[in-house]
Design a protein around this ligand. Structure first.
Ligand code: SF4
Length: 174
């Protein structure tokens, strides 16, 4: 049997190579749902919308954002959604260190969000420049450019950390 045929057979019979998702207990979904329901309904009466802005990240943080939007974490079940236009959102979620090229875009995105608005710095780079801090093209953390309401530490922060920070933000907003 050739090595290619062996590989094909092993792929067919050994199953997928993906890891199992977190259990329902681990996510404590019911508790998170109750928090979301209480704060959305009682204090806001509608969903929370987010605009993400990559100010110069390595895209590691974006992968975790994709994960939190996927079927395992399913962010939208908590009434939290991403939107394309800053004019339709409440929250600006910034990833990456602020690069000089992205400074104006970041400021303009923030300016386009109607008040009241909140800024979340996601990941060590957005907090203090992280591993890119000493680069000539980097200004550092988001707080150098915009007022930051909440930070999420990690490189990158896990989807569950992002999810619980968003729910914390809901309480801050109320
Ligand atoms: S915090 Fe880590 S994963 Fe996120 S942009 Fe910086 S280096 Fe990449």
């Amino acid at each position: 049997m050739s090595s290619l045929t062996r590989l094909l057979f092993s792929e067919l019979f050994n199953g997928p190579r993906t890891i199992d998702g977190p259990s329902i207990d681990y996510l404590d979904v019911e508790k998170l749902k109750l928090i979301a329901k209480k704060y959305h309904r009682k204090h806001r009466g509608r969903s929370m919308y987010i605009r993400e802005c990559d100010a110069g990240s390595c895209n590691g943080c974006e992968l975790e954002i994709h994960a939190v939007n996927g079927p395992i974490y399913d962010l939208e079940r908590f009434g939290i959604r991403f939107a394309s236009s800053p004019r339709h959102v409440d929250v600006l979620l910034v990833t990456g260190p602020v690069s000089s090229n992205m400074t104006e875009a970041l400021q303009r995105t923030y300016a386009a969000i109607p008040s009241p608005k909140w800024v979340l710095a996601m990941g060590d780079c957005a907090i203090n420049g992280g591993c890119f801090n000493s680069n000539y093209a980097v200004l550092g953390g988001v707080h150098h450019i915009l007022p930051v309401d909440l930070t999420i530490i990690g490189c990158p922060p896990t989807p569950i950390k992002l999810l619980s920070s968003l729910l914390t933000l809901l309480k801050v907003m109320s």
